[in-house]
Design a protein around this ligand. Structure first.
Ligand code: HEC
Length: 221
């Protein structure tokens, strides 16, 4: 009983603390472009001090995160991006895997099903790479998505070189193949190993759309 009272009291204290913090969020402030009698020019926003450099321009452009600096970077990379993708070899794939793990896994997940930790915690779920539309999408489309962002997905042009973006695209292709490849396209030694594997368990109805290796149902995804 004593413990329950103590818990109740501490809960109330916590709730009080939460309210105090909220009070600090809600306070008088001037939004961008709001007017204010405080300053002689009547504007709430102050002009940037002489010599300030916008984040989207100059030397800072490639060092800032998110969408800042995107315009400059896209202009810089436009020529490189128009060039043909590099030849795919193991080194490029490994580089792509490493960059994918850094930049894409948080949302798209290590297997590319769109259930990364950031999505699990409330960010809109990205589409699975293992659906027909994205399996059929061109390499160029994927490259552009990473360069410029797509819907709520941010751009990565300020953090990845064009070559790294092609490497990431190559790795996404490898991920797609890992979930959906025709047996005839596998190297002979791998094919032999397949017959030794037990048959995959039948997916429960609620997860019927999840990619399941070897599924023969054309409606599966
Ligand atoms: C912050 C979360 C986040 C990160 C990080 C992220 N994405 Fe996305 N991605 C999304 C979301 C959300 C969508 C769906 C956007 C929409 O439809 O509005 C998406 C969509 C896509 C699409 C599908 C575009 C289409 O045609 O539907 C591709 C391809 C893609 N992302 C690739 C990548 C790659 C490659 C990386 C790593 C360089 C990456 N994404 C990093 C959240 C993210």
């Amino acid at each position: 009983m004593k413990a329950a009272v103590a818990m109740l009291l501490s809960l109330c204290a916590l709730a009080g603390c939460e309210r105090t913090m909220k009070d600090m969020y809600v306070q008088p402030k001037l939004g961008p472009d709001a007017s204010s009698p405080l300053f002689p020019d009547g504007k709430g926003s102050r002009p940037p001090p002489p010599g300030s450099v916008a984040m989207a321009a100059g030397d800072l452009a490639k060092t800032s995160g998110g969408r800042h600096g995107r315009d400059d970077v896209i202009a810089d990379d436009a020529a490189a991006a128009a060039s043909a993708p590099p030849t795919i070899d193991m080194a490029l794939l490994q580089r792509g895997q490493q960059r994918y793990d850094i930049y894409c896994t948080p949302c798209h997940s290590p297997v590319g099903d769109g259930d990364g930790l950031v999505a699990q915690r409330g960010f809109p779920h990205p589409p699975s790479f293992h659906q027909a539309r994205l399996r059929d999408a061109s390499d160029r489309h994927m490259f552009e998505v990473v360069t410029q962002g797509y819907g709520v997905m941010p751009a990565f042009a300020d953090r990845t070189t064009p070559r790294d973006r092609w490497a990431i695209v190559a790795y996404v292709r490898a991920l797609q193949l890992s979930q959906d490849v025709q047996v005839e396209r596998l190297p002979v030694d791998l094919r032999a190993g397949l017959s030794a594997l037990p048959a995959p368990p039948r997916a429960p109805a609620s997860r019927a759309s999840a990619p399941s290796p070897g599924a023969s149902d054309p409606e599966a995804n």
